[in-house]
Design a protein around this ligand. Sequence first.
Ligand code: FES
Length: 247
Amino acid sequence: MPTKKEAKKKPVKTPEAKSVKKAQDKEMVTVFIMGKAYKVPAEATIMGAIEYAGYQIKRGAGCREGFCGACATVYRVPNDYKIYTVLACTTLVQEGMWLSQLPAIPTQKPVYDINKLEPNVATFQKIYPEVFRCVACNTCTKACPQDLEVMDYIQAVLRGDIEKVMDLSFDCLCCGMCAIRCPAEIVQHNVGMLAKRLYGKYLSRESIQLKKRIQEVKEHKYDKEYKELMKMGKEELKKKYYERDLE
Ligand code: FES
């Protein structure tokens, strides 16, 4: 056991300790969060780095898995003119990254009654007239962290092809990155949402599988499974979720 005096002594920097420190330094990168430099682990996601730097993310985080679109972030890196638009929860940090989070993108959100709308181009003209200012610059597509063909679905709106809009915008997370980059100030994700609602309400064909499944639920076919799920702990549920069959 070291004496109190020995314990208080500063640790001696042996060559081994120095090399460990060097290795640790190698695995760290410097990022700028709200203009301030922080050393963070090189393998961290942007979200992990922000928390590592001591910030508590109360807004701007939801699923933490790239599904909810709450963690929109923009960044630049040294010697690169480009501004990158990404999700903080799924993007790794880089040396010199200068980042800002955009947890809530201001967008206009018209209120409409879907029951009173018709699934045609005139509806978009009335609710989102700015769509017709699209100059087909493709900036929205380049900004999409989901790699969706955003410009193509806006162009499909102009043709009144609601099914195409629904299809191309289906995986949209509504992070709003397209809207902040659009020179025509279109709110693409809300336009896509309207198309999906119109399609669901007026154009989709009846799903035989869905009908069958609803009937099975009504007949209590899954009650036993539900009960088992309800008894499971968080870890067990998580395991089951990640091991599920994906189509
Ligand atoms: S927190 Fe949900 S997409 Fe990033």
